[in-house]
Ligand binder design. Structure first.
Ligand code: NAD
Length: 352
């Protein structure tokens, strides 16, 4: 048992259930917001329009330009709309990319945010913002970034295609797994991490079989929420830092990179994180966490090699150099030889 720790609760209000998007006007009224800007990606503009209809005359405008990795030039275009429409808050409906845009606006304006997540990436629960400018991604934390209200509506996730759902779910599992061996883990985070992984591992196979099953989707979203809470308050280690490095250097897709790297990063840390691995084993109902993760990924049809998602082989050496240049907390020391071995295996997809 952990006998010494710090726990800081974060203030986001969470509304969870089916058809909870219907509470959007009431949640806006609770915050006293009358001129909301609705954000989405171009693909989810019709969904944003539905949210706009729900909000009625509380809508001041819409911006459908959200894109992966929160480029600063997109934020600047959105800020022009914020100023032009005199928005007093933002509604972000979508995945981590749209949530990221809402956070980037809030960081610069302190406008309140209401987020309706449609993936399992978990950005909505965190005070973390990653932004890209001139090809460089930087990450920061801060209270203005933390959304005020998150409305989890299970029905908004039914349309997420099964493979994307699985990739996103593995992104969520990664938050919980690394929180379990974080230097700032505490008993509440450990409980949330274990329960989050349990819920995801239980629900994901059912979502793959019947993506429109609301009960299975509710289980997955509930697990993703818990995993996001773990990410919000702990320091991530090797896995997240590697994914960040690889994503930035080779423009790899976020969720795919997480899914492929996770078993390898966990295998690297396993001998140095026995309590975390025991919790994961209990959550997954197995003695072989890494094997079970790889099997589940295979069953979900997730690509299992970094070379299959566009990483060049020569990139292994570059990524090792970059990872070593920025030291970070990790249960096992990050060393060139073992790291190159980890990345070589993940690149080939040969298993751990
Ligand atoms: P995403 O938001 O980029 O969405 C991917 C695509 O799926 C988009 O085209 C989107 O419109 C579409 N989509 C989303 N939900 C859908 C649905 N229900 N039905 C159909 N299509 C849907 O993907 P993501 O994985 O959610 O987010 C990735 C981004 O989030 C990255 O930039 C990552 O860095 C960031 N992120 C940040 C944090 C944080 O705490 N700051 C945490 C996790 C992820």
């Amino acid at each position: 048992m952990q006998t010494s720790f710090v726990y800081q609760a974060l203030p986001t209000r969470v509304v969870f259930g089916r058809d909870t998007a219907a509470t959007l006007p009431a949640e806006a009224d609770r915050l006293g917001l009358r001129r909301l800007l609705v954000l989405s990606t171009p693909e989810q503009a019709p969904l944003a329009a539905r949210m706009g209809q729900l909000l009625g005359d509380r809508v001041a405008g819409a911006f459908h330009g959200a894109t992966m990795h929160t480029p600063v030039e997109v934020t600047e275009r959105a800020l022009e709309v914020v100023r032009d429409r005199q928005a007093d808050g933002v509604v972000a409906v979508g995945g981590g990319s749209t949530t990221g845009l809402g956070k980037a606006i809030a960081l610069r304006t302190d406008l309140p945010q209401i987020v309706l997540p449609t993936t399992y990436a978990g950005s909505e629960m965190t005070p973390i913002l990653g932004e890209t400018e001139n090809g460089r991604k930087t990450t920061q934390r801060g209270p203005k970034i933390q959304p005020e209200v998150v409305i989890y509506d299970v029905d908004l996730t039914l349309s997420l295609p099964p493979l994307m759902s699985a990739l996103s779910a593995f992104n969520a599992i990664a938050h919980a797994a690394e929180a379990l061996y974080a230097p700032d883990v505490n008993p509440i985070v450990a409980l949330m991490a274990e329960e989050g992984v349990r819920a995801i591992v239980e629900a994901l196979p059912q979502v793959m079989r019947t993506p429109d099953d609301p009960d299975a989707r509710a289980g997955l979203l509930y697990g993703a929420w818990l995993c996001a809470c773990c990410l919000a308050t702990t320091t991530m280690g090797l896995h997240h830092k590697l994914c960040h490095t690889l994503g930035g250097m080779f423009d790899l897709p976020h969720a795919q990179t997480h899914a492929i790297v996770l078993p390898y990063a966990l295998a690297y840390n396993t001998p140095f994180a026995p309590e975390a691995m025991a919790r994961l084993a209990r959550a997954m109902g197995t003695d072989d966490v890494i094997g079970a993760l790889l099997r589940l990924e295979h069953e979900c049809g997730i690509p299992l090699a970094l070379r299959d998602i566009g990483m060049p082989e020569a990139g292994i050496e570059q990524a090792v150099a970059q990872a070593l240049a920025n030291p970070y907390a990790n249960p096992r020391p990050v060393e060139a030889g073992p790291l190159a071995d980890l990345l070589g295996r993940a690149w080939r997809g040969t298993g751990v």
